[in-house]
Structures are given as structure tokens and as C-alpha cells.
Design a protein around this ligand. Structure first.
Ligand SMILES: [Zn+2]
Length: 433
């Protein structure tokens, strides 16, 4: 049996190392964004009317003939120029290119399914390290930067029963790779760790599954089954301002005004995309902290019908958020799934009773059992449970599965177990706002 865990470790970075780390992050993003640009616009980078021959490249197995989704093709074309443009080591340049190729691949898959998407953009301060570019120790890490190696001590809580100390201090868990993240002025190492118990054969079907359910909505962009809320206030404010400006510009009716409307839209989209990246990162962190293997959303295909109050901007934000979570999750080995959305907001997550009167705006009160909670939180739990029930009916009734809740895990037959990873507490529910 193989266990994978991600330990989120705060780093004690020597102050003279910070400029090198910051520059490494910037140059890594530069690699990823340059590679994304190149792979996404692929084979039509030189317009035919320019008189130049479009660049010809061999089409390998998984390329779609337009976008480049082959790591080898991308590395052949980009490795040398990016080594020249940056001070990164060969390994980090390669990782930056690969990060972009993975994201472009996900984008191409979405295009094939007929979904809207656009070129992946990397704005989060994050660098991928493997065992060649980093040396992981039990109390510190040595990281390759634009200016040689930098050593950072871990800041670990004393309690060895709780993550991240629990995994970092356990010699049975080996470091596999890490993501260096810079957030609110602090540096973190998200270390992917693995423990293998040799006497058991790994069997992916009976792997323990914990699910993070996520509800999307117009008042809260996202609510996780662990009770974490991401408010849509800022987004809704932006949206109303945008509509106002658009309205006043459109009254002018000129072509100039029309172009202005479009450029405002683009600029604001960009700003809000940053916020969606942050929400996606925090959703990932929530899943990691609660030891989840799956993040489950409602099916987005007909989301406009399921959330009648949603405007086109909300639908845009939901899709973007889903895409970001989907490609970031891949790097951590988490799966992202969708379930049918019918009645997730009207169904009681405690007794299963579905009734139109159960939900009243943001409050949920079950007509049958009296369960009361925030309506979006109730919905996020239903989304998690729906995925579990479908999996159980599908093929692996015996697999231990549960939905991650605020203070533990609830399995499909309603048995509660407190969080094993130190998130102990009573089964009391108190969603965080
Ligand atoms: Zn009920």
C-alpha cells in the first residue's frame, strides 16, 4: 500500500537569500509563460501574409496539429533560448516548460470537449523542485536558485502527531518533490511525501478516498465541504461596476465607445483572473490539509440553468476556477471530478430529504429532520456525497471513502470519524465564514 501526503512546511529563509528566491520565482514564471505562449499559439505563430513560411514542426502522437502538447517538442524548441534568457539551472528550465505543457494539454482536452478556454497563464509565485534541484532533509531543504544553492530551515510545530511535523519526522515517509510557494511575504515548501508498506500490494481501486465537495454560487464563489467559504462580494462589485461603465459607454454608441467597453472587459478580466488563481490555490490547500484525494464540483455544462441568478460573468468565473483547480491538482496527484447538480441545494445532507422549501436564500432548514445550516455549505456536502455514492455503486463497494468535513470525515453510510490528521474535534458543524 502506498500513502501519499503533502506536507505544507513554512520556511525560515535567511534574509540574504530572499532576493535570489524571488528572482528564481520570477524566472520560473517567465519560463512557464513563454512556453505556454509558444505551445498554445503553436503552429501559426508567423502569419502567412507576412511572406514567411509558417514554422513547421513534426506532429507527434499527442499533438493536435495546432497546439503543442509534446514535452519533447517543446523542450527541443525552448530549452536553449530559455537557458539564455534566465539564470535558472537546466532542471528548473525543464520543469517550467513541463508545467506549461501540462496546462496546455488540459486546455486542449477542454477544447476537444467543446468547452471554452484560453491560453494558460502562470501568475502564482511557485517553483517546482525535484530531487535534482533540491535536497530534502528532515529539518531543512537546500534549493537551487539563480544564485547558487540556498538553505532554508523548516519551521515545524512541536506536535509530532500533527501534519506537517507528523510526516516530516517520520522516516518512513520519503520526500519525492516539492513546490516552493511565496504567499503574503512568507515562503512555504509543499512537499509531496510517500510511504510504501512493502507487505501489501498497491491497489488503486481500494485506495483510501477522501473527497472535498465544492459548491459554486453567486453569493459565495466557492464553498468547500470543510466549511471554508470564498465570498463573491468583490467579484460582484467588479461585475456591477463593469455593467455600469458599459451602460454609460454604450449610450455614446460610437465605435470608439464599443472598443473602450471591450478593453475595460479585458483589463478587468485579467485582474479577476488573479483572484481566481488565489481561490484555486486555497482550494488545493484545503484539500491537501484535509488529506483529500478528490475535489468534486457540480457539472458545469448547464450551470446557467442550475444557478438561475448567475450572469455570464459568474459562469465565466466558475469555468475559470474549475480549470485552474483542475490543472493545479494534477501537480499534486489529486483528481478533480464533476457530478450531476440536480437538487444539490434542496437536498438535506443529513437525512437526504429533498424539498423545495428546504432552502430559503442562504439558509437551509430541512422540512423533515430540522437540520439547519448555510445553504451553500449543505450543497457542498451533497456534492461530495454524490460522488461517493456513485463510486460505490460503480465498482468498489469496499473502498474506505469519506467526505472531508469541518472536523472530520463522514462516510457514505453516515458514520463519522474525527480527522485523523490532528484536526480532532467533535462532529459539531461550524462552517467558517
Ligand atoms: Zn434532513
Amino acid at each position: 500500500m502506498e500513502y501519499r501526503r503533502t506536507a505544507v512546511i513554512k520556511l525560515d529563509t535567511p534574509s540574504d537569500a530572499k532576493p535570489a528566491l524571488r528572482e528564481t520565482v520570477e524566472q520560473f514564471k517567465h519560463c512557464a509563460n513563454r512556453a505556454s505562449e509558444w505551445c498554445w499559439h503553436g503552429r501559426r505563430q508567423i502569419p502567412p501574409e507576412s511572406g514567411c513560411q509558417p514554422e513547421t514542426r513534426s506532429v507527434s502522437g499527442d499533438d493536435d496539429g495546432y497546439h503543442v502538447t509534446s514535452k519533447a517538442t517543446a523542450e527541443r524548441a525552448l530549452y536553449d533560448p530559455l537557458r539564455d534568457e534566465t539564470d535558472l539551472t537546466a532542471n528548473l528550465v525543464q520543469k517550467g516548460i513541463r508545467r506549461a505543457v501540462e496546462a496546455v494539454k488540459s486546455g486542449v482536452e477542454r477544447l476537444k470537449r467543446g468547452e471554452n478556454t484560453s491560453k494558460p497563464h502562470f501568475s502564482a509565485d511557485s517553483v517546482v523542485y525535484d530531487k535534482r534541484s533540491a535536497t530534502f532533509h528532515r529539518d531543512h531543504v537546500s534549493l537551487s536558485t539563480v544564485d547558487g544553492r540556498v538553505e532554508c530551515e523548516y519551521i515545524l510545530p512541536d506536535d509530532t502527531e500533527k501534519p506537517p511535523t507528523k510526516y516530516v519526522s517520520d522516516d518512513d515517509f520519503e520526500f519525492r518533490m516539492g513546490h516552493l510557494q511565496h504567499r503574503d511575504g512568507d515562503w512555504y515548501l509543499h512537499a509531496s511525501m510517500r510511504k510504501v508498506e512493502a507487505d501489501e500490494t498497491p491497489d488503486p481501486d481500494t485506495k483510501h478516498r477522501t473527497v472535498l465537495g465544492v459548491d459554486l454560487g453567486v453569493n459565495n464563489i466557492a464553498v468547500a465541504s470543510t466549511g471554508r467559504f470564498w465570498s463573491a462580494d468583490e467579484f460582484n462589485h467588479w461585475r456591477r461596476e463593469y455593467e455600469k461603465r458599459r451602460g454609460s459607454l454604450q449610450q455614446c454608441g460610437s465605435r470608439h465607445a464599443h472598443e473602450n467597453v471591450q478593453s475595460i472587459g479585458r483589463k478587468e478580466d485579467g485582474r479577476f483572473e488573479q483572484d481566481l488563481h488565489t481561490i484555486a490555490n486555497e482550494l488545493l490547500e484545503e484539500a491537501i490539509e484535509y488529506g483529500c484525494s478528490h475535489i468534486v464540483f457540480e457539472d458545469l455544462t448547464h450551470i446557467r440553468e442550475n444557478i438561475p441568478d448567475a450572469t455570464w460573468q459568474h459562469v465565466w468565473a466558475f469555468r475559470r476556477l474549475y480549470e485552474y483547480v483542475e490543472y493545479k491538482a494534477k501537480e499534486y496527484g489529486l483528481s478533480v471530478e464533476q457530478v450531476p447538480p440536480e437538487n444539490t441545494s434542496k437536498r438535506c445532507s443529513t437525512c437526504g430529504c429533498t424539498h423545495d422549501d428546504n432552502r430559503n436564500g442562504e439558509s437551509f432548514e430541512c422540512q423533515k429532520c430540522g437540520y439547519e445550516n448555510h445553504a451553500d455549505y449543505n450543497a457542498s456536502k451533497n456534492i461530495g456525497f454524490r460522488y461517493l455514492r456513485r463510486r460505490q455503486n460503480a465498482d468498489d463497494g469496499g473502498a474506505p471513502v469519506g467526505v472531508a468535513l469541518n472536523r472530520g470525515t463522514l462516510n457514505v453510510s453516515g458514520e463519522y470519524s474525527p480527522a485523523s490528521d490532528g484536526l480532532n474535534g467533535s462532529p459539531r458543524e461550524s462552517p467558517r465564514f
